[in-house]
Design a protein around this ligand. Structure first.
Ligand code: 3H9
Length: 718
């Protein structure tokens, strides 16, 4: 075998080429994900040129070194573009043409993920082979852009208009079998990818098989009668599934161009649409969200050298809604779970709920019955602490009450091994006080899952005064294993997410006391992009739950503080929200909220009795009053060190509270409005509405200095 490593460009070996028995194997070598950073497209072009002119080469294989094929354009580079800086997008057009026009057959060999520009690169090959676990996708919409390297032109030629729309609009990757069935790849290889792909390449060359150029294929419509029907269905789907997003509709425009224009012109149209997207506020916000999500795991004082404890077995105390959901999360990740309850009926009810949830997943096609059986078998229901001494981590998920939690922790500390991590799923209570009853407070941490725990991605990891860094590092690693986004927050009343939620929730309630209706407030918030209005959220979480937390945290105990009038009354009337069929709204069989005249009457009567003047509100005022209080609280938390970065707060709100990712999270959104404007409005609200609107000192400082939360984060240099 003749091996000749060929370093390309001056930045190390970004692209390698080896010659193996008549086949040139080109490897993209740009860890961690082989992104198409500067130098990579040029390197690939050069390697293709080398192989094309080498008479001993009969065929070419292009693959990724390390754990994946190419995972797309370098998003750092795209971020620069989005902010109007940098050199622009890589010129992929010339490279893809060079590959397609190569005189030797080019076989793309895919493992890991071929995403975005990576999938586009793959589609320019004459043939594609992949390992079974490979995934291919056009996730650009998740970054607020459309495929910009001919993906919208090539995919409908390979897989048809509908599949192209489905993939470009959803942004979801498909597995190798699906890609094979759709005509995106030509074969799935079973053994070693490199040697199988090389053998495939030799066969293509030996048999003189045609160079299949994607650009020469005809765009086809599969399930619909006409192109226009397929496009109309796609646009409807995009409007529903990707509410408020610009890019999915633009991707469909580009696919339409593929079907109605010659290839080169379609590509030009795609580039134009790509450019429009990359310059949008949505793109900036979504790229911010992408890096924010990856940034949360970077914690000062914790590095690669910090020991992470192996978690082989987890025990959970409490089989209620939260405990059951957490048990499912662990079982889904392949971790055996002991699930303890104190009463048989509660344990039975908990296990029944788990089975019901899994059955629903089978019905939706998410899991096979066998996969569910395996998962349920990992959950061991029990009434005592048997086996807890073998657990590496225990998660307490009992009733939200300090005395009950302390009781559980004092039992746990006696029944678990010394290095067992003891976690509380509390959403508001003081972790240090809970830890005070244990022998090893350094092993105590908060793991605040969000309901439903098996669905919601957010995990607040609460760092107590004594929590050691190894415990945090283990919690972060576990979050990743459970497919959650773990965000480390400091112990403090209601931590970060819920603490910011209170001013938001109360202000919405004051708005209805002053003349707005719950529906109007919720509609304004939904139009802003929130997944749900705040009154719907209160009904879903339970009005009684908020009532208990208010008391636990001593809200409105300060003299002169304004207390919402209606929430307590609803609670006293037994209107707890969805679970009782009545709360701020009425709920029928379909669980959809309907306005209730009784609640409106109660609101108006309470306001009249308290002498609150009534007026009309615009949607803009509603959004400002609801969200600026939340942002102001976020600034206060940030300054107190409750969260490490403003971007961490964004990740919390996007993943746990339905804040629209395309607005980048509340703190990023505040930057886009301008902190000066937010600060001025907060000051105005303070004058008009009182003390609760006192501006956070950090907000004041940044506004005065003309800075943003992003700049504040950059200065922290974590
Ligand atoms: C595109 O391709 C546009 C085109 O149409 C053409 C334009 C002309 N660039 O997620 P992880 C970093 S748009 C730069 O923790 P995993 C990431 O920040 C792009 N960096 O790993 C992190 O860095 P750090 C379309 C990237 O194993 C590290 O890699 N492609 C990129 O859980 C590890 O990331 C996508 O949208 C990138 N493209 O998941 C794919 N990707 O360690 C986006 C990752 O410093 N990427 N990084 O924090 C992903 O979905 C996941 O990263 C992936 C791996 C599934 C690949």
């Amino acid at each position: 075998m003749n091996v000749a490593d060929n370093s390309v460009e001056g930045r190390g070996e970004l692209v390698l080429i080896r010659f193996e028995d008549g086949v040139a194997v080109i490897e993209v070598n740009n860890p961690p994900v082989n992104a198409l950073s500067e130098g990579v497209p040029e390197g690939i072009a050069r390697a293709i040129g080398t192989a094309d002119t080498d008479a001993s080469v009969r065929a070419i294989v292009l693959m990724g070194a390390g754990k994946t094929f190419v995972a797309g354009a370098d998003i750092k580079q795209l971020e620069e573009m989005a902010w109007g800086r940098g050199a622009g997008a890589p010129n992929m057009h010339d490279l893809l043409k060079r590959i397609e026009d190569c005189s030797k057959p080019v076989i793309m060999a895919i493992h890991g993920t071929a995403l975005g520009g990576g999938m586009e690169l793959a589609m320019a090959g004459h043939y594609r082979v992949a390992v079974k676990h490979a995934q291919l996708g056009q996730p650009e919409v998740n970054l607020g852009i459309i495929p910009g390297a001919e993906g919208t032109q090539r995919l409908p030629r390979l897989a048809g208009v509908e599949k192209a729309i489905e993939m470009c609009v959803s942004g979801k990757a498909v597995k190798a079998d699906d890609a094979l069935a759709a005509g995106i790849i030509d074969a799935i290889v079973q053994g070693d990818l490199r040697s199988e792909a090389a053998a495939f390449a030799r066969r293509v060359a030996a048999d003189g098989l045609p160079h299949r150029r994607t650009r020469e294929l005809t765009v086809h419509v599969k399930a619909h009668g006409t192109l226009q029907e397929a496009l109309a269905t796609g646009r409807e789907l995009a409007r529903k599934a990707k509410r408020n997003l610009i890019a999915p509709l633009k991707a469909i425009d580009a696919i339409e161009a593929a079907a109605s224009l010659p290839f080169e012109e379609g590509c030009a149209r795609e580039r134009q649409l790509f450019q429009e997207c990359v310059e949008s506020q949505q793109c900036r916000a979504l790229i911010h969200a992408f890096f924010a999500e990856r940034g949360v795991a970077k914690i000062s004082g914790i590095g690669k050298e910090t020991a992470v404890a192996p978690i082989e077995r987890i025990a959970i105390v409490g089989a209620g809604t939260m405990g059951g959901g957490i048990a499912m999360t662990c079982a889904n990740a392949g971790i055996p779970v002991l699930l303890k309850e104190s009463r048989q009926d509660a344990l039975d009810a908990g296990m029944a709920a788990i089975r019901r949830n899994y059955d629903a997943s089978v019905k939706r096609g998410r899991f096979t019955p066998d996969a569910v059986a395996e998962r349920v078998a990992r959950i061991h229901p029990q009434l005592d602490y048997a086996g807890f001494e073998t657990a590496d981590l225990v998660i307490e998920a009992v009733f939200e009450n300090m005395e009950t939690k302390k009781q559980v922790f004092s039992e746990l500390t006696a029944r678990t091994k010394a290095d067992c991590i003891l976690a509380s799923n509390t959403s508001t209570l003081d972790i240090d006080e809970i830890a005070s009853v244990t022998r090893h407070p350094e092993n105590v941490v908060g793991l605040h899952f969000f309901s439903p725990a098996n669905v919601m991605r957010l995990l607040e990891i609460v760092r107590g005064r004594a929590t050691k860094k190894e415990t945090l590092a283990t919690a972060l690693a576990l979050a990743k294993r459970l497919s959650k986004v773990g965000v480390v927050v400091k112990n403090g009343p209601a931590f970060v997410g819920n603490r910011m939620m209170f001013p938001y929730m109360y202000e919405a309630q004051f708005l209805v006391e002053e003349g707005a209706t719950p529906q109007q407030v919720d509609r304004a918030l939904a139009q802003f992009g929130m997944a749900m209005g705040i009154f719907e959220v209160d009904d879903m979480a339970g009005i009684d739950v908020a009532w208990r937390v208010r008391r636990e945290l001593g809200h409105f105990s300060e003299p002169g503080s304004r207390k919402p009038l209606v929430a307590d009354k609803l609670c006293e009337m037994g209107r707890y929200g969805q679970k009782t069929g009545k709360g701020w709204y009425l709920y029928g069989e379909d669980r959809k909220p309907a306005p209730d005249p009784e609640v409106l009457r109660l609101i108006r009567e309470s306001a009249r009795a308290a002498g609150i003047a009534q007026r009309e509100f615009t949607d803009e005022e509603i959004v400002e009053r609801s969200l600026y209080g939340l942002i102001n609280e976020g600034a206060r938390i940030l300054e107190e060190g409750g969260a490490q970065r403003a971007a961490d707060i964004d990740v919390i709100y996007i993943n746990g509270y339905g804040f629209p990712a395309w607005r980048g999270g509340p703190m990023f959104y505040a930057d886009t409005v301008g902190l000066r404007r937010i600060y001025d409005r907060v000051c105005q609200f303070e004058r008009e509405l009182g003390q609760r609107w006192k501006p956070a000192p950090l907000l004041q400082r940044l506004a005065t200095e003309g800075k943003s939360f992003r700049e504040y984060d950059a200065e922290q240099n974590i």
